[in-house]
Design a protein. Structure first.
Lengths: 152, 186
């Protein structure tokens, strides 16, 4: 049994014997059991095929919607996100500008503000006589009274 | 209807398909059973694999092209089903290669349908410790006396590779049997 150029091992000197057995009458009913199994498998297969056939259109529609969603929604979403980003940028710029103004306004004192308001009008101090200036310093008039005096 | 060609012709006709298949099962059930039993060892597992094998044969009989003999085709399906079954068991229990061999040995020891003596148990354990390919080749050659050319078609392996596998298997079995048979009480 073993190859001619190899020495036959001792265990091969014994004739091969099948040490296994089957339950009694196992082979007698085997054809029937196999045919029953085949029919059951075919039934299962056909019912699962019917489910698949029934679900196929629904799955097709779902797949199409997903595809459209992927193809259309994402670009639109990205486009919208870009627009929102621009608006946010503009808003931020506006806020910064306002903040800058707030800082500038806060840093201006009352006199500077009055000067700024009346810049385009006649220079009140240019027409002021030094004697009047001295008279002013010697009176107890407040700013509003002095202003109304000068204007009149 | 005992001739393979007659069976195949009748299988092609829907009106005689079932009867022809019964003939096919009747003709090959025992040979396929023992072939599978030598691989998976346990009777219950063998019964499951045999059922699956015949279901596969029924489903695939229309695609049989007679490029090989019917017997070779049936053996190839039975062998593949047996290996798939063992691999599934291995995955389910997350066992390594050595554990798979231990699974086979446990199967052997717990099988109530093992009628062999202690020496035959040692021989079966020795075969169970072989790698998958060597185990298949050893069983086909030693117990079923299948020619290398036929075995080459069943296992889709070259004759040279099969001879080498068988040679290695014989050496390993010999060593195992020698080291264990001394423990058998006279």
């Amino acid at each position: 049994m073993y190859e001619k150029d190899h020495k036959e091992p001792d265990f091969m000197k014994r004739p091969p014997k099948n040490p296994f057995r089957t339950p009694d009458s196992y082979f007698e009913s085997l054809e029937d059991r196999i045919m029953v199994n085949i029919k059951n498998t075919t039934k299962k297969k056909s019912s699962s095929s019917a489910i698949i056939r029934f679900l196929k259109p629904a799955l097709g529609i779902a797949a199409s919607i997903t595809l459209v969603y992927m193809l259309a929604y994402n670009p639109i979403n990205k486009f919208l996100q870009k627009g929102t980003a621009k608006t946010e940028l503009t808003d931020t710029a506006g806020t910064d500008l306002l903040n800058n103004y707030s800082i500038n306004l806060a840093s201006i004192d009352d006199n500077s503000l009055i000067n700024a308001i009346f810049t385009d009008e006649t220079n009140i101090f240019a027409e002021t006589n030094p004697d009047e200036f001295l008279a002013y310093l010697s009176t107890d008039m407040n700013d509003v009274e002095i202003y109304s005096e000068i204007q009149n | 209807m005992t001739n393979d060609q007659q069976i195949l012709d009748s299988l092609k006709d829907p009106s005689t398909k079932e009867l022809a298949f019964r003939h096919l099962v009747s003709k090959y059930k025992e040979r396929l059973y023992w072939h599978i039993r030598k691989i998976v060892l346990n009777h219950d597992d063998t019964d499951d694999v045999l059922q699956n094998t015949f279901i596969k044969i029924w489903n695939g009989i229309d695609s049989f092209r007679a490029e090989s003999s019917l017997f070779t085709w049936l053996y190839r399906i039975a062998t593949n089903e047996s290996i798939t079954f063992l691999n599934q068991r291995k995955r389910r229990t997350m066992t390594s290669l050595n554990d798979e061999n231990q699974y086979l040995i446990d199967n052997l020891e717990s099988d109530p349908y093992f009628d062999g003596d202690k020496w035959q148990m040692i021989l079966q354990k020795a075969i169970a410790t072989l790698p998958e390919k060597q185990r298949l080749v050893f069983n086909l050659k030693y117990f079923e006396e299948i020619k290398y050319e036929e075995m080459s078609k069943i296992l889709e392996t070259s004759v040279g590779a099969l001879k080498a596998s068988y040679h290695h298997a014989v050496k390993k079995v010999e060593e195992y049997v020698k080291s264990h048979e001394t423990r058998i009480e006279p």
